[in-house]
Design a protein around this ligand. Structure first.
Ligand SMILES: NC(=O)c1ccc[n+]([C@@H]2O[C@H](COP(=O)([O-])OP(=O)(O)OC[C@H]3O[C@@H](n4cnc5c(N)ncnc54)[C@H](OP(=O)(O)O)[C@@H]3O)[C@@H](O)[C@H]2O)c1
Length: 179
């Protein structure tokens, strides 16, 4: 059955995840900050298999304009995947309260463990929404470590959404955060 999915920051490293959800015949809403070649390309690619991607430009740091964008999206979505920088934490609350999604997955970079611990303790106070955290780690290769590729991030997110654990880590991080 077709479901509604919203991906914040979907024109970058989550591009493949957006395409995958669209290919599964879901309606996918993608928010990026501005009109860009990446966003146009995403829309074009989805059209090649007649999928539904609705690309929207809106800055989540501009709360009132962002709210206008959110209210144009059908509420009670099935899934939201959110790549929002830690300095804009209030946007998560804004999305959850406006759209009341069933499942809300928040992506976090591995660079700020203190922020990770705090965000694991945070309650979004919305009984209708189940919230989850996905941490982007790194890949260890012999003596070196590297960042995740965009494909590793996208497919890692898709797997994390399938598993629905409260905390998923893509790749590895040196310390597992505790709430
Ligand atoms: N641990 C890790 O492995 C790890 C962790 C974090 C990041 N990274 C790497 O860092 C690279 C860069 O990351 P990135 O943050 O630039 O991610 P990205 O996914 O490449 O791009 C960010 C996405 O979020 C959107 N966005 C950014 N600020 C926004 C705002 N204020 N309002 C609405 N949308 C906004 C962008 O839209 P626009 O295109 O319109 O700006 C774009 O769609 C990635 O390539 C990733 O591989 C790695």
């Amino acid at each position: 059955m077709s479901k509604d999915v919203l991906v914040i920051g979907g024109a970058g490293m989550l591009r493949k995840a957006c395409l995958e959800y669209a290919q599964q015949r879901n309606r996918v809403f993608v928010i990026a900050r501005r009109k860009s070649k990446k966003l146009a390309l995403l829309k074009r690619e989805s059209m090649s298999f007649s999928a539904c991607i609705f690309a929207m430009e809106s800055d989540y740091n501009d709360y009132s304009a962002f709210l206008e964008t959110l209210v144009s999206i059908p509420p009670s979505l099935h899934l939201v995947i959110s790549w929002i920088h830690s300095s804009s934490a209030l946007s998560h609350l804004q999305i959850i309260q406006t759209l009341r999604p069933q499942h809300y997955f928040r992506l976090l970079g591995s660079s700020d463990l203190e922020h990770l611990k705090r965000s694991l303790r945070e309650s979004f106070c919305c009984p209708l929404t189940q919230t989850y955290q996905i941490v982007l780690g790194h890949i260890k290769e012999k003596t070196e470590q590297r960042w995740l590729t965009h494909d590793e991030i996208s497919y890692g997110v898709i797997n994390a959404v399938k598993k629905r654990s409260s905390l998923s880590i893509i790749g590895s991080i040196d310390q597992i955060p505790k709430p």
